[in-house]
Write a protein that binds this ligand. Structure first.
Ligand code: HEC
Length: 189
């Protein structure tokens, strides 16, 4: 019963409400482009910081600079940008119930054989009488991400992470597995 109920619940949560608007294709394409820029910049910044200072000193890059990047993108583009995951390092990145359902669906899609680098979701969401476009893009775990999110994080790096994030739950990811997702939200009217 439980095994049937969960997928059903997710299907209901993700089903567009009757008469819900289609996400505007141009805006979805814009969010897709921003997600691409974001991940390229993040990977570049992480590589440079790890090479220069070593991983324990680079944890701030995925910490402070990534949300900083997100703020810059938000200001320039009118999108509110964030990151979330089912297992988070920073509790502030924990998913909303809607995001959690989408993230679980992403895992099902990976299990069904979809390419994790292409998995995305877009919906028009009604919140407090206003319509918003909500776009999410899965972030696959790349090789460099394993340094701080893999199953064999070096003890010095792990100590630095634990010191700043005592509730860390964001290790044990495998290469290619979705680490989480970017979230993009903007009002439509
Ligand atoms: C040098 C260590 C380090 C590396 C390498 C690293 N991260 Fe992180 N990651 C962190 C830290 C620290 C946080 C907590 C950030 C915060 O405070 O918001 C984090 C948070 C995240 C989050 C937000 C959700 C959460 O758990 O709080 C995502 C998504 C994420 N990382 C993905 C990646 C991806 C994808 C890569 C590879 C491109 C990567 N990280 C590489 C240290 C790292």
């Amino acid at each position: 019963m439980r095994r049937l109920a969960l997928p059903l619940l997710i299907a209901v949560l993700l089903a567009p409400a009757a008469g819900a608007a289609e996400p505007p294709a141009g805006l979805v394409e814009e969010a897709r482009g921003l997600a691409r820029t974001y991940v390229t910049e993040l990977k570049g910044a992480l590589l440079a910081a790890i090479e220069d200072d070593g991983a324990p000193h680079a944890i701030g890059v995925c910490g402070a600079e990534a949300p900083g990047n997100a703020t810059a993108i938000s200001n320039e583009s009118g999108w509110a940008v964030g990151r979330t995951a089912l297992r988070v390092r920073n509790p502030r990145n924990a998913p909303s119930p809607e995001e959690r359902a989408v993230l679980m669906r992403f895992l099902e899609r990976v299990a069904a054989g979809e390419d994790p680098t292409k998995i995305e979701y877009a919906a028009v969401v009604d919140t407090g009488g206003r319509k918003y476009l909500h776009y999410m893009k899965a972030i696959p775990t790349g090789r460099i991400c394993l340094t701080c999110h893999g199953s064999q994080v070096d003890p010095q790096t792990m100590n630095a992470i634990r010191a700043r994030y005592p509730a860390d739950a964001a290790t044990g990811f495998a290469l290619g597995e979705p680490r989480g997702a970017f979230t993009f939200v903007r009002p439509l009217d």
